[in-house]
Design a protein around this ligand. Sequence first.
Ligand SMILES: Nc1nc2c(ncn2[C@@H]2O[C@H](COP(=O)(O)OP(=O)(O)OP(=O)(O)O)[C@@H](O)[C@H]2O)c(=O)[nH]1
Ligand SMILES: [Mg+2]
Length: 614
Amino acid sequence: MIDLFKIFTFGGLTLWQKKYNDVPPSVINSLVNDVFIDKKKSPSTSDQNIYHKDHYTLQWKISEELSLNFVVVYQSLLQLPYIEELIEAMKSVFISFYSDLIKKRQDSGRTLEIQVDFSKFEAVFDMKLAEFENQYNKRSNHREVAAAPADTDISSSKNDEGTSSSDSEETASGISTPSGAATTKRRARRSKKSKSSLAPPAATADKKKPVKQMRKWNDDGTINDTADSTELDYAASRNQSSDSLKKPLSNDNALMQFEVGDVNNWGKADKSGNFILSELSAEVDNIISENKSKKNEEETTNKSAFDFFKNIVGGKTMNRADLTIALAAMKDHLLKKNVANEAADHLCKTVEEALLGTKTSNWTSVQATVQTAMHSALRRILTPTTSVDLLYEVKNSRASRKRPYVISVVGVNGVGKSTNLSKIGFWLLQNKYRLLIAACDTFRSGAVEQLGVHVNRLQELTNRMGGGEVELFDKGYGGDAAVIAQKAVQYAESNGFDVVLIDTAGRRHNDKRLMSPLEKFTKLAQPDKIIMVGEALVGTDSVQQARNFNSALGNTRNLDFFLISKCDTVGDMVGTLVNMTYATNIPVLFVGTGQHYTDLKTMNIDWAVNLLMG
Ligand SMILES: Nc1nc2c(ncn2[C@@H]2O[C@H](COP(=O)(O)OP(=O)(O)OP(=O)(O)O)[C@@H](O)[C@H]2O)c(=O)[nH]1
Ligand SMILES: [Mg+2]
C-alpha cells in the first residue's frame, strides 16, 4: 500500500529504495528542500515527522549515526497506522546489517562509492512489509467482522491459532526464496522448534575431530595433495566381498567423519508432509529477532546541522570511459571472490552493454549504477531456467512409472561426492522414500566401505526417525562401474525401491582416459539426474571442470545440476557458484555447508549474490 521506501544519505545519495508506484521526484525533493534545507517546516513540530506534498504523505526517520534518512511515501488518502513502526523496524535492520560497512566507507571519505549489496535487506524488507500489511488487514477484517450481523458465519475468517488465511499461503516448495507473512511465521515456528528426540549418535559427541586442510588446486586443474594425486587406484583386494560392510557400525569407525548435526538446522515438513531443506536465508530471521530485542537506535528531531545534497549526482549519461573505470573496480572485486577471470569479463561486458548510453538515476553515481546492474547480472546468471524441485520430480516419477528415480553424482577426486550423496540420501529418507545406494566407485581403496558406513548410519537414523529405508548395493572393487550401476537400477526396480543414488569414482577432468567411461555410465545407468559436485575452494578451475564433465557425458546428455560443497570453508569467496553456471548454463541446486547430514541447503540466490557483492 505504500508507494516508495527510500534510504538516502545526508549527501543525497540513494542507498536503497523500493518503488511500488511511481512517485514524482519533486515529492522527495520538496521534502528535502522544505524540511532539511530551507527548514520551512521543522521536523520537530511533528512527533512522527510527517510531511504532505500534493496528494502524498511522507514519513521519515533519521539515523544520525550513519547520516541516513529513511523515508516512506504513500497516498494521503490512506490511513496507514503502521508506517512509523515499519520505518523504525527497517531502520534498525538496515543499521544492523550495514552500519560497519557504511561507517568504514564514510571514514575513508568515499561516501559516494559505497559498494554494498542490499539484496539481503531487500528480502527482509519485502517480508516485513507483507507482515505489517497483513496485520493491518487482519485488524481491519476483525473490525468488519465485529460489525457483521449476528447470524453471519465468521468461523473461517478469524483464527488466531495459525490457521488464518495467511497461513494457507505456505508454499509447497522449499526451493524458492520464501517471502511474505506465511514464511515469517513458518520461520518463527522453525526457530522455536525444540530439540528432537533424534539425538546424534554417541560418536558425534567427540569434538576432537581432525581439522580439515584446505585443498590446493594447481593451475592445470590437478590437486596439490599427495593423497589425491594417485590415480584411480584399484583396491588392494579386487572383487573383495563386502558382506563385512553390513556389520553393525562401531561408533569410532575412522571412515565416518560425519555427524547428524543440530536438529534445529534440519529442514521441516510442509503441509503435504514433504521434508524441505532449510535455506540459507533462514539466518536472516535470527538477525531480525536479535534486532527486535535491541532498543531503538538513537534518533534526532533536530536536523539543523545536516548538510544535505552537497554531492547530488544523477542524470549523467554514462559513456564507455565512465563505465571502464567503474567496471575495472568491479572486476577486481569479483576476482577476489573467486570468480574466474573469464566469468568476470563476461559479467562486466553484460553490464557495460546494458548501461552504455543510459542515464544514472537521480542521486545515483556511476559506481552505484554499475553495482546495481552487476547485482542483476549475477542474479540472472544464477537463476535456473529449468525446474529445480527435485522432490516434486521424484514424487511424480514414482507415481507414473515402475523404474526408480535415479540420481548420480560425478566430480573430481575428494570434492565431497560420497558425503553429499549421503546428505541427499538423508533428505530423501526424511521424506520416507526407499533408497538403494549404489557403490559404483569400484576403484579407490576404501570407497565402498566408506559408503557402507554412510548407509549404516543412515539406516540407524531412519530407524529412529521412522519411515524410509536404505540399502547398499555393491559389487566390491574392480568391476565396470557402468554395468554395476545398471544392475543396481534393475535390482531396485524389481525390489520396489523409490530412488537409486549412485556414487561414482572421482576423476581428473583433464584426463581423457578417466573421463571417457562417463559416457558409457550415462547410457547404461540412465540417471534421471546427474549432479556434478564441485568444491567451493576450487575457484578459477571450476569453469573448465564443469565444461569437461558436461562434455564427457556425450552428445545426447548434459549434467543436470551442480552441488557446490564446502561452502562453509570459503567465507564470502563463493565465485565457484557463478563459474560453473556461467560455463555450462546449468544451475546450482544444492550447496554443502559442512560435515553433517543436515549441512545441505538448497541454493539461495539472494544469499549468493549478497556474498559476491558484499
Ligand atoms: N567442510 C566441509 N567438508 C565437506 C563437505 N562435503 C564433504 N566434505 C568433506 O570432504 C571430504 C571428502 O569427501 P568425500 O565425500 O569422501 O569426497 P569424494 O568426492 O567422494 O572423494 P573421492 O571418492 O575420493 O573422489 C570428507 O572429509 C568430507 O567430510 C562440506 O560441505 N563441507
Ligand atoms: Mg567418494
